[in-house]
Ligand binder design. Structure first.
Ligand code: PMP
Length: 474
């Protein structure tokens, strides 16, 4: 049996096999799966702009005017007028001095983090940050201190513990603003305050907040009244802005610095003109019709209410990401499949995207859903759960635990090799011959395809840092 076969078999045994699920048609409120219409409840097309006629037209026109590809990286010949226009508009929208486009949110996080921290520096990272942040931390070569999820005390303790006594050391705090798998919000005000006390920079990833939260959909940073106080705000064009690509908003000086240091910007082709023009049209629509944001919020409330009425343990906030935490990997997959057969597509998300034992359906609301769509979805998922012998009332999001100190050696990502050895896993960034176990956290990633966590933080059978984070709680 080849090593590949062995690895696939092992995944199968653990209930962690992934496959790509083929969806026909655009990311509307309904899609076709295997020729059958299902309500789409796991797309990040939050505002329904990916398939909006004006966005489509703008992309089509841009293809005719500028062509399909940018032809080179931003620093060679790839910076076109359409890039500049979107950067200006995004900077204005985000109330920041300047903006820089990247190929994707994944690349933006890797680029920004790598530019702001390197060997000898320290990064403080929330334990449930997105995989692109985790990978950015690893690639940077900095020491990485993982603090407990949204736990300000844990962050403060970590900052004290790693107090930057060595001269010239840079310190960086990095967090999602809205966490992709739980839909909760980082304590941004406290983070910014701690950063200023402890001499750290702050990077906030607004992938799930831009277009969805805050005044006019400007994001969680704006909602917290922190515009201008975060060093770099990263966001993607691939979710509420309905396209592909990403941006970093910052001061003009910071953007000049990123142009000179962010490797994915320097070494990767500029975003394609149709994608950039599509995002620009989506941004204009958002600004002209901010009621879409209200619609998303009220739809989120409607879904949560309908789920609660059917016995699910969801809280009645208005956050648009709704986790139904099933626990067991296979049960989550069964519930997903049963939902599809009954007409609702809500993706199952398993480790390492989420911690072991917290496999879930991650529901995402769109502004283009109707209230009756969402009530029907709640009914279908409740019936599906009951049919499978699963208890909706047990699907509660775990309460954040209080006051668990990070371990002294919590440099989780930097210590990848040590953890990898302990688990017979080869680290992503430094595969060593002979040390490779049945799985490699990074290599079994999205290509191996969860029936795609459309959103997909790295989908791999084990994730060294998530395992690590979980082990603190144990
Ligand atoms: N950050 C977060 C929090 C995300 O959820 C995602 C998308 N899964 C990304 C970054 C990556 O964005 P993109 O899809 O544009 O690469």
């Amino acid at each position: 049996m080849s090593e590949i076969e062995q690895r696939l078999e092992e995944l199968e045994r653990l209930g962690l096999t992934r496959r790509l699920r083929l969806v026909s048609g655009p990311q509307g409120p309904t899609v076709l799966i295997d020729g059958k219409p299902v309500l789409l409840l796991c797309s990040n097309n939050y505002l329904g702009l990916a398939d909006h006629p004006r966005v489509r037209e703008a992309a089509a026109e841009a293809a005719m005017r500028w062509g399909v590809g940018a032809g080179a990286s931003r620093l060679v010949s790839g910076t076109m007028t359409i890039h500049r226009r979107l950067e200006e508009q995004l900077a204005e929208f985000k109330h920041s001095e300047a903006c820089l486009l990247f190929g994707s949110g994944y690349l933006a996080n890797i680029g920004v983090i790598g530019a702001l921290a390197g060997r000898g520096d320290t990064i403080f990272s929330d334990e449930l940050n997105h995989a692109s942040i985790i990978d950015g931390c690893r690639l940077s070569g900095a020491q990485v201190v993982v603090y407990r999820h949204r736990d300000v005390e844990s962050l403060e303790w970590s900052l004290h513990r790693h107090s930057g006594r060595r001269g010239g050391e840079r310190r960086l705090i990095v967090t999602d603003s809205v966490f992709s798998m739980d839909g909760n919000v980082a304590p941004l005000s406290e983070i910014v305050e701690l950063a200023s006390i402890h001499g750290a920079r702050v990077v906030v990833d607004e992938a799930h907040a831009t277009g969805n939260l805050g005044p006019g959909g400007r994001g969680a940073v704006a909602q917290a009244g922190l515009e201008g106080e975060v060093d770099v705000v990263v966001g993607t064009l691939g979710k509420a802005l309905g396209s592909y690509g990403a941006y970093a908003c910052a001061s003009a000086e910071m953007v000049r610095y990123l142009i000179n240091t962010a490797r994915p910007l320097i070494f990767s082709t500029a975003p394609p003109p149709p994608a950039v023009a599509g995002a620009l049209a989506a941004l204009q629509l958002l600004q002209e019709r901010p009621h879409r944001v209200q619609r998303l919020r009220s739809n989120a409330r409607a879904l949560r209410r309908a789920l609660a009425a059917r016995g699910f343990a969801v809280n009645e906030t208005d956050m648009h990401i709704v986790p139904l935490i099933v626990g067991d990997e296979r049960d989550a997959m069964r519930l997903c499949q049963e939902g599809i057969e009954r007409g609702v597509f809500a993706q199952a998300i398993r480790p390492p995207t989420v911690p072991a034992g917290s496999s879930r359906l991650r529901l995402t609301v769109m502004a283009s859903h109707t209230a009756s769509d969402l009530r029907m979805a709640a009914d279908i998922l409740a019936d599906a759960a009951v049919r499978l012998g699963l208890d909706p009332a047990a699907m509660a999001a775990p309460e954040p635990e209080v006051e668990v100190r990070p371990r002294e050696d919590e440099d989780a990502y930097a210590d990848t090799e040590a953890y990898a050895d302990a688990r017979s896993l080869a680290p992503r960034h430094a595969p060593r011959s002979g040390a490779r176990g049945p799985f490699d956290a990074e290599q079994d990633s999205v290509e191996a395809g969860e029936p795609t966590a459309l959103d997909g933080p790295t989908a791999a059978p084990f994730d060294v840092e998530r395992d690590t984070a979980v082990s603190w709680a144990a």
